[in-house]
Design a binder for this molecule. Sequence first.
Ligand SMILES: NC(=O)c1ccc[n+]([C@@H]2O[C@H](COP(=O)([O-])OP(=O)(O)OC[C@H]3O[C@@H](n4cnc5c(N)ncnc54)[C@H](OP(=O)(O)O)[C@@H]3O)[C@@H](O)[C@H]2O)c1
Length: 214
Amino acid sequence: MTVYSEVSADGKSVHRRNGSSKDMMVFEDDAVKKYRHELRARSDAIMVGSNTIRLDDPHLTVRNALGTSPLRVIPVSTGDIPPTSNILRDGGRTLIAVGASAPLARIHALRQAGAAVLTMETEQIDLTMLLSHLYSLNIRSLMVEGGATLLAALFRARLVDRLIVQHLPVIFGGRDTPSMVGGAAIAGIDEAIEIRLSEVLRIGGHAIISYQCK
Ligand SMILES: NC(=O)c1ccc[n+]([C@@H]2O[C@H](COP(=O)([O-])OP(=O)(O)OC[C@H]3O[C@@H](n4cnc5c(N)ncnc54)[C@H](OP(=O)(O)O)[C@@H]3O)[C@@H](O)[C@H]2O)c1
């Protein structure tokens, strides 16, 4: 699994808490947009957390490069994804993984909107189980594009193979502005997740830094 994250030079994943990372795109040049979409085109599936769908309403398709759009995968225990979301309106493939207690009316509405819905056996989405299911669907490469809550769970479960950080040449600041990985603070330095630098690229006006995580 590859995590791809866009951050400001001061490490923020959005310009303000509960803001939309779509607003950050004005600091992205065409060369890096093409690079990111080429990576999408080389992935069998792309995943984001449910809050990213609610706040950003992304398409998660390949538009700035040649290639096929990957299967979109959204984990959401409550099934709370608006059926009017862009991922359900453009005719592409979307799989929504819901928890065991997700209301049937929501599941029905998502299916009506064209999504495949996978109901997990647990209340919360077990990400390891979800990855096993994706494997059974022949998904061999998965790109995860945030947000910070989902990334925290994936890193904590040691499910990430590769991290690619795209730096935007801009500074947002803000004491409470989220950074790339959220979740609870670690209790001590021994809980830090060590990763290894593997590549540093310059694409357009952006630094792209890749790390091996396993
Ligand atoms: N810079 C970037 O690259 C980038 C990329 C994407 C998003 N963003 C920004 O990030 C923000 C959204 O991030 P976020 O941290 O609020 O939310 P998020 O990570 O997008 O979504 C978190 C939600 O995913 C659902 N989820 C289901 N299973 C989960 C699991 N096992 N572990 C963790 N979450 C699980 C949970 O909702 P349920 O309780 O409903 O299950 C959880 O609240 C937005 O401001 C967006 O603009 C930035």
